[in-house]
Design a protein around this ligand. Structure first.
Ligand SMILES: *Cc1c(COP(=O)(O)O)cnc(C)c1O
Length: 300
């Protein structure tokens, strides 16, 4: 199994050139974690790495996790399980769904993931649901939380921060990252980095507490290093607007870096908007993490 996550995954750090940045005196790089793996992309690779290593250490042969029909986490865990020789179980939100409900679920199914569809009420309980608990016990599963965000995830994301610091020689002033469960932001914070996180969900203020919960107690004060932006959700999770899609395609043409509409386009929009408004002092150095997810990119 370890061959899968042991390979050298140092991803490129690309400088972005744009008059907007020159005018503001801001330096911007993109950490191209979207290039890590076509199916286990971006932050999902970082977050899964030590979950799989821990599962193997505990001699578990099955990983059980949770997600919605469009979850990049479910997709990545199904792919990693398949490639690494693990069985996988996906607890999917929505009793009415099937493996044909989304391209992502179809991929999970083809990758050998056992899909269990449960209603939203039961899903909210997650591993406290008696049925899920029983299934996890019967299959002797290693349980990975939604989004893969746990203590093992932090360790993988810390490696991302270390890589960037080596590549840049001197660490950036900010890491910019899109946030869903906040696990990636938490990993960067636990690496001692200053983070500006863009919520991909509406009412993303809850992320602050979720992120603090993920951090080890001695770094809980790292909350002071977190700048949480909650105004760039474009209507909510997986929602988007024509203006966002236009921004995304213009960004792709100017930089040759593909984005997707759920997370990364919202982050770059937010970042560019803040830069244009003079939010960052001249001389500020920012590394934006491309968290991947391109398999969910809308065809245009
Ligand atoms: C899952 C995902 C995120 C959110 O990461 P969290 O650690 O859950 O905050 C961001 N970007 C992409 C592309 C993702 O797939």
């Amino acid at each position: 199994m370890n061959f899968l996550f042991a390979q050298n995954t140092i991803t490129p750090l690309e400088a972005i050139h744009d008059p907007l940045l020159t005018n503001a005196g801001v330096s911007l790089w993109v950490k191209r974690d979207d290039l890590i793996h076509p199916d286990i992309s971006g932050n999902k690779w970082r977050k899964l790495k030590y979950n799989f290593i821990e599962a193997e250490r505990l001699q578990k042969k099955t990983l059980l996790t949770f997600g919605g029909a469009y979850s990049n986490h479910l997709y990545a865990l199904a792919a990693a399980g398949n490639l690494g020789g693990f069985k996988t179980i996906g607890i999917v939100r929505g009793q009415e769904l099937s493996e044909n409900s989304s391209p992502g679920l179809a991929f999970c199914y083809r990758s050998g993931m056992k899909l269990v569809f449960i209603d939203r009420e039961e899903y909210r309980l997650k591993d406290a649901s008696p049925r899920v608990r029983q299934l996890a016990e019967q299959t002797n599963s290693f349980v990975v939380p939604e989004g893969g965000s746990n203590i093992h995830a932090l360790k993988g994301v810390e490696e991302l921060a270390d890589e960037v610091c080596l590549q840049l020689k001197r660490g950036p002033d900010y890491f910019a990252v899109a946030a869903g469960t906040g696990g990636t932001a938490a990993g960067l914070l636990s690496a001692g980095q200053k983070v500006i996180a863009f919520s991909a969900l509406k009412n993303g203020q809850f992320l602050k507490a979720d992120i603090e919960k993920l951090l080890p107690p001695d770094t809980a004060t790292a909350g002071g290093l977190l700048d949480l932006q909650t105004n760039y959700h474009f209507g909510g999770y997986a929602r988007h607007t024509p203006a966002l899609l236009k921004f995304m395609s213009e960004f792709e043409i100017r930089t040759s870096i593909p984005l997707e509409q759920v997370y990364t386009a919202k982050m770059f929009w937010g970042l560019y908007d803040l830069i244009a408004k003079g939010y960052f002092a001249s001389g500020t150095r920012i590394v934006a993490v491309h968290t991947g997810g391109l398999q969910g990119r809308l065809p245009r």
